[in-house]
Design a protein. Structure first.
Length: 255
């Protein structure tokens, strides 16, 4: 949300900080960057944001069913640990938040709720709930997309539960001001096979079935976030809101 043109005191000047922005800061020379070097670089980054008029950061903590910190729900991210489920020597998320708070910057955790890692990465990791679901067969709670990229199947309440557990953990563990999800909902960029679940759902229209699944997850995240006093939940859907309802099955009008 960019407020530079409007200067409304009730709005914010926010910036997205993605896993791609952070990857060369997290790691150096094939390993996690030295902690003092990392801390200094984060302080410079945050100082620059303050200088440029930003007051809010949407900080990517989960791009691919992973975590930028040690999590009991998701494996650590390759962007910080070097490999899916790898180990880290210190907590870069805590350092980022501490620096931001010191400079008066609000930090919202930014997650992609449904997109996961690639099949090969998950199989090499070999443990955790996602791996157990995959062993039961892709397409059961996990759907296999193009190039081996995996997605949580929104048809399943178990997928919703996993997402909200990750949200709850992030808000319990860190002083995030809110949780923000981006514009990936149904993975309709490839052929998505949810006919089995649709056939026993009671819905006559597959679009209504899919929108109901997304609504269930969005509502569950909303309720989870608001169990934490003063925390904010936000959604950033794709720019063309007219195609969302029947393309990504995100019913932003209802929301």
């Amino acid at each position: 949300i960019n407020n530079f043109l409007f200067k409304d005191p009730d709005l914010i000047n926010g910036i997205w900080v993605s896993q791609f922005d952070m990857h060369p800061i997290y790691r150096n020379g094939g390993k996690q960057r030295d902690i003092d070097d990392f801390r200094n670089k984060i302080d410079v980054m945050i100082s620059n944001l303050v200088r440029d008029g930003f007051d809010t950061v949407f900080f990517q903590i989960r791009p691919n069913g992973d975590s930028m910190f040690e999590s009991d729900v998701y494996p650590t991210s390759k962007y910080v640990a070097g490999a899916y489920g790898g180990t880290i020597e210190y907590d870069p998320t805590a350092i980022f938040i501490n620096s931001a708070k010191k400079h008066g910057i609000s930090v919202h955790a930014w997650i992609n709720p449904f997109r996961l890692c690639r099949k090969k990465e998950l199989e090499e990791y070999g443990e955790g709930v996602l791996f157990e679901w995959a062993k039961e067969g892709y397409g059961k709670r996990i759907e296999l997309g193009e190039d081996g990229l995996l997605y949580l199947d929104p048809s399943y309440p178990e997928a919703t539960d996993l997402i909200t557990k990750g949200v709850d953990e992030a808000l319990n563990k860190y002083d995030f001001d809110g949780i923000h999800i981006d514009d990936y909902f149904y993975p309709t960029e490839f052929e998505f096979n949810d006919n089995a679940e649709f056939s026993k759902s009671g819905f006559e229209d597959i679009g209504e079935f899919r929108r109901n699944n997304i609504n269930r997850t969005v509502k569950a995240i909303y309720k989870t976030v608001h169990r934490h006093e003063g925390k904010i939940f936000g959604v950033s859907p794709a720019g063309n809101i007219y195609s969302l309802k029947n393309g990504w099955y995100a019913d932003v009008y209802k929301w």
